[in-house]
Design a protein around this ligand. Sequence first.
Ligand SMILES: Cc1cc2nc3c(=O)[nH]c(=O)nc-3n(C[C@H](O)[C@H](O)[C@H](O)COP(=O)(O)OP(=O)(O)OC[C@H]3O[C@@H](n4cnc5c(N)ncnc54)[C@H](O)[C@@H]3O)c2cc1C
Length: 438
Amino acid sequence: MSAKWPPRLEVAVLGAGLTGLSAGLELERRRATYRVFEKSATVGGHAITIEDSGYRFDRTGHLLHLRSDALRNEVLEWLDHDCLAIERRSVVFSHGVYTRYPFQANTHGLPPAVAYDCLMGFLATLTQPKLGSPQNFEEFSLSHFGPGFTEHFMRPYNEKLWGVSAREISATWCQRFVPLPKLEDVMRGALGVDPPALGYNARFLYPRRGIGALPEALAKRVPNLERSSAPRQIRLAKRELWFEQGTLGYDTLISSIPLPTLLSLCDELPADVRDAARKLRATHLYYLDVALNGPNPKGFHWAYVPEPKYPFYRVGCYSHFSPELAPPGKASLYVELSAREEPPLARLLAEVTPGLIEMGVLGKSSDIAFARLRRLDHAYVIYDHDYEQALSVIRPFLAAHGVLSTGRYGGWNYSSMEDALLFGRAAVSSAFDANAAR
Ligand SMILES: Cc1cc2nc3c(=O)[nH]c(=O)nc-3n(C[C@H](O)[C@H](O)[C@H](O)COP(=O)(O)OP(=O)(O)OC[C@H]3O[C@@H](n4cnc5c(N)ncnc54)[C@H](O)[C@@H]3O)c2cc1C
């Protein structure tokens, strides 16, 4: 056992992304005996900022959409108020034109035949009974938006993002993230009459030097954090973590590492849990960080690109979130790619650059100073038809062994950084409730 460790922990935390750090902060507030173990030398997980040749890149757009005023005030305090409050400038690029986001409430400016398809299909949905529980995302989209919006945006965009057919994913994740416009919004958006800013992300906060400032600020408040440290095995019955330097017991384990990784570390799993673990699906994501030699002439924060002919589905501009993310007069971008196989960078640039030129983001290919291809191993958990059943087996098994698996990938869900901060805190409350009841 490491000399730095107490004989036993009330709570061990795995992972120092925002969920694990938030749990650590709450444990510190409660003066608990705890440790947070982070495999990497860097904290933040998906919420980090990478510096490269004077440019700064997050792991694609990471913007703080905070619904809770109390949490917003805390975040601002952690960041010493070194944070920008921003009104979203997001657009859709399709049929060769830019329209405002969300597509379903902004058909003004599209070719008339496309706008007509969308409006007629939407109007028809108003007189049809809504499906109580649509079987999949395609059914959800057809039922709420009609065939025009489904074919011109919902299906192609979501198939590029999720990497699977719209029939394979359920609609359980959509409620918060896919705005359902009223007839009035659709009509205003079709005629260009001051359409409202719909959706969960109309305003956001962004740390001036990049999102990585947030986990770094939190880590300063969590002294019992061990970087570059990960258990080799979890001995469930004994409630022990096994490291190379020894074992460490815990009463509760809060895990924010991806659920399949957690299960692979457990020393014994019954057959039904092993079967359920095999059903968990998530997509990885390749994206490009692009440094420009000059400014990005397009003013958007990010653009959705639904059409299959482009090899990417979203393009964002970090240096429009904060000018500190690129040297003066230059720009930094991210381009999220549809391909799930690793493409060679040279071929990829040859495929991506014409699209960026068509969008007016680049004038010519030599506007790119450099580009880096990056991968997120877990990007989107797939809400397929086995999802609920698999989790209904895994969650109670883990809970019975004092393991609370939470966060975006620990809880196996589609959620935000605000959720991660709240998940970490809620897990600590549950841990104390469970320990008191033992
Ligand atoms: C493409 C994309 C864009 C996004 N954009 C936004 C956005 O604009 N706004 C927003 O609010 N949210 C956004 N999110 C969601 C946001 O990234 C997550 O909700 C949040 O960062 C999840 O934090 P987490 O701590 O739960 O998980 P993670 O960030 O994955 O952290 C898990 C941590 O566990 C560590 N770990 C892994 N294995 C081990 C191990 N064996 N032992 C110890 N440690 C281990 C990892 O190194 C990592 O640090 C986006 C997500 C993606 C994929």
